[in-house]
Design a protein around this ligand. Sequence first.
Ligand SMILES: [Zn+2]
Length: 98
Amino acid sequence: MQNDDILEDIRNDIKRLENEIIELNQQLKACKERLNRKQRILGLSKNDVPEKDDILKVPGSSGNEYIVNLTRKTCTCADWQYRKAGTQETCKHLEMHL
Ligand SMILES: [Zn+2]
């Protein structure tokens, strides 16, 4: 197997997992909304349910897609990964949604 093929496989795996994360996150959100509704009906505080990370898929200018985590303020783009990680700075994908 060529290195290029291996890299492509890994990229595809990452993409698939990212899609699964987004899908699961949407299911989680729906579950929480149901739970919050029930809690309101029962007179419980909705604060009892901890907030989960808010994750979005953002299209990049080069046709790539990036995964932005609005809660943790992280992005999968190179700009954030190599320059902004560990700083207070945000990349343009994060800025669009903050
Ligand atoms: Zn970014």
